[in-house]
Design a protein around this ligand. Structure first.
Ligand code: BES
Ligand code: MN
Ligand code: ZN
Length: 507
């Protein structure tokens, strides 16, 4: 087993204006294809200017012989003896050119990458349509997690190691775009690795150590508070949730200080429950193992601050990441216990399974001490998110304008978060008979919004904030689709990075 590996290593990406001339049977050429225009017409190769016209005719002839129609995300493998590659993998984009958004290209690239079966080098013309979407899709689609496989089941090949993206120009700007796309995909893969690492091996102290090592490797300022420091400084939420576990909680802070004069400051907060049993309010056994994903918010936030540093964004980005394991034991908090959140608000813990908001409230108050302009917090917070929006649509709540901006950017990058309200009257549902607040409401209504309403109480006045609930979207329990395999998805890393870039550009 290689689980002490140096972290995710992306395939190398290079750009070229034409197909390399040297014959290479190990390379696969990935080409987009489109439906023919009349009824019995077969698929046509798109972005064919990179290829010799005779070779294009050859590919289209082979596709016709196989009856390939070029429907969206259909893949067809053919041989093309005229080209210096082992085979050609054609991926369909459907009929309608108007629908070829970056996400369509990204998904097509992802589907192609998932069907490579051990190929280690590809050349693609998908990049002729959208370079960055093609590179992101190929890297994300080729992602796999093998840290815990022994020789008995480990793959025999190294997976995708080299991508050559064909583009009309190979100027430095184009190369920068390719490496930006690779950095973003690497961040997503890093978040996926954290989520996919099982709770046996990723517990608060280990998670903190890995975050610290990663942060230091990319020049971030790192601070780790252990359980003693947390207790001493009044982090009652993190201590309360963590005290049922023999593996004590942590609070990790990672800072990228890139702001020039007038540069903005953005706080990121992510839920880092390394495993959520529910605590004394224990969860049913069925599917409890999915709670290995309950640190998906933390994973995405850590990956995002790292890629912000890698891409040298002219912003201060400070991640505040609470980490705890929610376990039942004789030292665990009880339903009915009262704790004091960092900053002084008291909370009656009516349900120990509503633990995310308890650790997040402490972290949000701490993050606001830095006086950020913006705060993005993300968490696998409520099963109600999945009930309301399903497995692939994060819910965004927060201050109206910033919430809508985050949702719009999330749509652009294909993570598809959707804005949700925080109706005023829900606050009354969080009244406690003994403390300032209760951690749950007495009803089953609007569980996602009630959790957002709880968090709102801890955001400092004047900070534009967004809360992204990723309970379903952080972890794919269904089959693979597009560039998303089973397990950790890395959502909402690309949304947060897009927001950071947008703030860097427009304030
Ligand atoms: N981690 C869970 C939320 C969750 C559920 C994430 C399903 C991913 C998939 C969270 O800590 C939780 O248990 N929330 C409770 C809140 C309730 C007690 C108010 C829930 O959703 O049931
Ligand atoms: Mn819970
Ligand atoms: Zn949880």
């Amino acid at each position: 087993m290689s689980h002490a590996s140096a972290g995710y290593q992306a395939p190398s990406v290079s750009v070229a204006a034409s197909l390399p001339k040297r014959a290479d049977d190990a390379t696969v050429l990935i080409v987009p294809i489109v439906n023919g225009t009349d009824d019995d017409a077969t698929a046509a190769v798109v972005a064919s200017s990179f290829l010799d016209a005779k070779a294009v005719t050859e590919i289209e002839g082979a596709l016709k012989a196989l009856g390939a129609k070029g429907g969206t995300e259909q893949v067809t493998r053919v041989v093309a003896p005229l080209l210096p590659v082992g085979s050609v993998l054609a991926v369909g984009l459907g009929k309608d050119r108007e629908t070829w958004t970056p996400e369509v290209i990204r998904r097509a690239a992802g589907v192609a990458a998932r069907s490579l079966n051990g190929t280690e080098a590809v050349v693609t013309t998908l990049s002729g349509l959208d370079l960055e979407a093609a590179v992101e899709g190929l890297i994300l689609g080729s992602y796999r997690f093998t840290d815990f496989r022994s020789d008995k089941t480990a793959p025999k090949d190294a997976g995708l190691r080299a991508i050559t993206a064909l583009t009309a120009d190979t100027k430095p700007k184009t190369k920068d775009a390719a490496s930006r796309a690779a950095d973003i995909a690497t961040a997503v893969a890093t978040a996926r690795d954290f989520v996919n690492t099982p709770p046996s091996h990723l517990f608060p102290d280990e998670f903190a150590k890995r975050a610290e090592a990663l942060g230091k490797a990319f020049g971030l300022d790192v601070e780790v508070l252990d359980d003693k420091a947390l207790a001493k400084n009044g982090y009652g939420g993190i201590i309360g949730v963590g005290k049922g576990s023999s593996r004590p909680p942590r609070l990790v802070r990672l800072a990228h200080r890139g702001a020039k004069r007038k540069g903005k400051k953005v706080a990121l907060v992510g839920k880092g429950i390394t495993f959520d049993t529910g605590g004394i309010s224990i969860k049913p056994a069925a599917n409890m193992h999915h709670m290995t994903s309950d640190m998906g918010g933390a994973a995405a936030v850590i990956a995002t601050v790292v890629v912000a540093a890698k891409q040298k964004l002219p912003l201060d980005v400070i991640a505040t990441v609470p980490m705890a394991e929610n376990m039942p034991s004789s030292t665990a908090q009880r339903p009915g216990d009262v704790l004091t959140q960092y900053g002084g608000i008291t909370v009656e813990v009516l349900n120990t399974d509503a633990e995310g908001r308890l650790i997040l409230a402490d972290a949000i108050v701490r993050a606001c001490e830095d006086k950020p302009d913006y705060l993005i917090e993300t968490s696998t917070l409520t099963g109600a998110q999945t009930v309301a929006l399903g497995a692939r649509t994060p819910g965004v709540m927060g201050s109206d304008e910033f919430r809508d901006r985050v949702a719009a950017l999330s749509q652009e990058v294909g993570e598809n978060a959707w804005p949700m309200p925080l109706p005023e009257e829900l606050k009354d549902d969080l009244k406690s008979t003994v403390a300032d607040l209760a951690n749950v409401s007495g009803s089953r209504y609007a569980g996602m919004l009630v959790a957002g309403t709880y968090l709102r109480e801890f955001v400092a006045e004047g900070v534009a904030w967004a809360h992204i609930d990723i309970a379903g979207p952080a972890y794919n329990t269904g089959g693979p689709w597009g560039y998303t395999g089973k397990g950790g998805t890395g959502v909402p890393t690309r949304t947060m990075f897009a927001v950071l870039e947008d703030i860097a550009a427009h304030g």
